[in-house]
Design a protein around this ligand. Structure first.
Ligand SMILES: Cc1cc2nc3c(=O)[nH]c(=O)nc-3n(C[C@H](O)[C@H](O)[C@H](O)COP(=O)(O)OP(=O)(O)OC[C@H]3O[C@@H](n4cnc5c(N)ncnc54)[C@H](O)[C@@H]3O)c2cc1C
Length: 290
């Protein structure tokens, strides 16, 4: 295989030997995570492929349903337990709707992992602020689980997660475990229901209240407008754009820089992202429809 261009993600794990090759994966568990959103735990069927598979927080797999298509889906599980791969999926179209009709025990196909990871190593010794909008938290859960395990390598670790309504908050049942690991967790919703006791507003409000952010890095994933607002709020507490990373979502097909579908200015989201340092993409994010 030709090595990736300088600065692009080197694909770890044996599956990367042929990034076009897909592998059978069994659905071992399905959970309802939020309205229209399910968690799928997958296990690669071939034991040699399963043993060789590794991924880093922030990377994604292509999930393939034969005769229907493929979709890019973040890997939401612990990179230290790569035998069971969690994908949190909102049913919005061809592949994800068809996946929602599959049952535990069914097999699908998977290729990956692809893409650039969250820069956890570069943030060691400082504060890490994870900011999620809605389903964006799926791309960050692997990073949160890693931060929890390596908690002593960082100063403050904060998770700020927002959703439109309480039912849309992902992994809310994990807050206690994350807090027990020394992570500050704050959840906020735009519109509360009768049972909601937490904050009401936007996740950017929580960023603006962080305090001195000069030793912090921000990992942000959500809709484009939310990520721009988070970067602006981060700048307000002293976190410059070179200390903010965003995970971009764009239509994607091949995941290996061949089809051009995910082109974003001079970048391909599949190869140069999905995780980008904000100062490299800030100008592009201002261009409507790009
Ligand atoms: C790096 C990355 C990570 C991702 N991680 C996740 C994740 O963890 N979980 C998750 O749920 N999603 C994730 N996504 C998004 C997911 O890949 C897309 O939602 C994907 O399109 C779903 O595929 P699909 O075939 O089900 O939907 P599609 O059929 O592709 O439809 C997706 C959306 O596009 C619209 N659409 C489809 N065709 C057209 C058209 N011709 N013109 C206009 N609109 C159209 C549909 O109405 C729908 O709103 C990620 C994407 C990327 C790039």
């Amino acid at each position: 295989m030709t090595p990736p261009p300088a600065g692009r993600a080197a694909l770890p794990g044996s599956l990367a030997a042929d990034p076009w090759r897909s592998h059978a994966a069994r659905i071992v568990a399905i959970r309802d995570e939020a309205p229209g959103v399910r968690g799928y735990d997958l296990e690669l069927c071939d034991s040699a492929v399963r043993e060789a598979y590794r991924f880093r927080p922030g990377q994604f797999n292509m999930l393939l349903l034969p005769g229907i298509g493929e979709a890019a889906i973040s890997i939401a599980s612990d990179p230290d337990a790569p035998h069971r791969l969690t994908h949190t999926v909102r049913a919005v179209g061809n592949v994800t709707d068809a996946l929602a009709r599959r049952c535990e025990g069914d097999e699908i196909l998977l290729r990956g992992p692809f893409g650039t990871p969250w820069p956890l190593g570069a943030l060691e010794g400082g504060d890490v602020i994870v900011v999620a909008g809605g389903l964006g938290l799926a791309s960050q859960r692997a990073a949160i689980l890693t931060l929890a395990r390596q908690r002593n390598a960082y100063r403050r670790v904060v998770v700020l997660a927002g959703a439109k309504a309480p039912a849309g908050l992902l992994y809310a049942g994990e807050d206690a475990a994350w807090r027990a690991a020394g992570i500050e967790v704050e959840r906020v919703v735009e519109s509360a229901d009768a049972g909601w006791r937490g904050a009401v507003g936007l996740v950017t409000d929580l960023v603006a209240r962080l305090g001195d952010g000069r030793r912090a890095g921000v990992l942000c994933c959500g809709p484009d407008g939310m990520m721009r607002a988070v970067a602006a709020a981060a700048a307000g507490v002293g976190i410059g754009p070179e200390r903010v990373w965003v995970s971009m979502e764009r239509p994607m097909s091949c995941a290996v820089g061949q089809c051009g579908l995910c082109q974003f200015g001079p970048f391909f989201v599949c190869l140069d992202g999905p995780v980008f340092r904000y100062d490299r993409v800030a100008r592009l994010l201002e261009i409507p429809g790009l």
